[in-house]
Design a protein around this ligand. Structure first.
Ligand SMILES: [Zn+2]
Length: 188
């Protein structure tokens, strides 16, 4: 089975455990097989709306290094997982190394968590009440310019790929509704 061909020193690599590191969540979460893709993260208890569900952790790298890693991934045929999450204008977290398990959260076009970025850190915040047994899902909102990856989220409004459509990205930044939603989230 082909995997991501990114190489870093062995000691930096932490094998994915079957749990989410409890240091980075106050909720009972479990890693299980997912109908969406491979393994996913599941709520083992009910999580209310607006809660910080889990922090996204991993190796902190520059944007340039993240770009190099995703290029290598694309050259390798865009196979295997990639866990790059941008947290600020300069810093990207690579959850493949030192990830607490949050990097296993799958994509959905109808997600139940949204990213919250604060001071170079990233949390997944519940967008609605999440019932025990539900899989946590996030809209990866991958650039339309990146390699297109097919989506199997099964949502009614599924875009078909985990990438944003060009049109949507153009309206994202300027949408006052989104800004308000972000502000609301920040208050929590
Ligand atoms: Zn989808």
């Amino acid at each position: 089975m082909p995997h991501l061909t990114i190489r870093t020193p062995k000691r930096a690599r932490r094998p994915h455990s079957s749990t989410v590191d409890p240091k980075f969540t106050q909720w009972a979460l479990g890693v299980r097989r997912s109908a969406i893709h491979g393994t996913g993260v599941f709520a083992l208890e009910t999580i209310p709306r607006g809660a910080r569900v889990v922090e996204y952790t991993g190796q902190r790298i520059s944007r340039a290094e993240a770009h190099r890693r995703s290029q290598r991934w694309e050259r390798a045929g865009a196979r295997g997982p990639i866990y790059l999450a941008s947290v600020s204008a300069r810093v990207v977290i690579d959850g493949a190394f030192g990830g607490c398990g949050a990097e296993l959260v799958n994509h959905s076009c109808a997600p139940n968590v949204v990213p919250l970025k604060r001071r170079g850190r990233l949390w997944f915040v519940s967008k609605r009440r999440i019932a025990a047994g539900d899989e946590l899902t996030l809209d990866y909102a991958v650039s339309p310019d990146a390699v297109h990856v097919k989506c199997r989220c099964g949502a009614k409004n599924c875009r078909g790929t985990i990438n944003l459509s060009r049109k949507r990205r153009a309206t994202r930044k300027s949408s006052p509704k989104r800004k308000r939603a972000r502000r609301r989230m920040a208050k929590r």
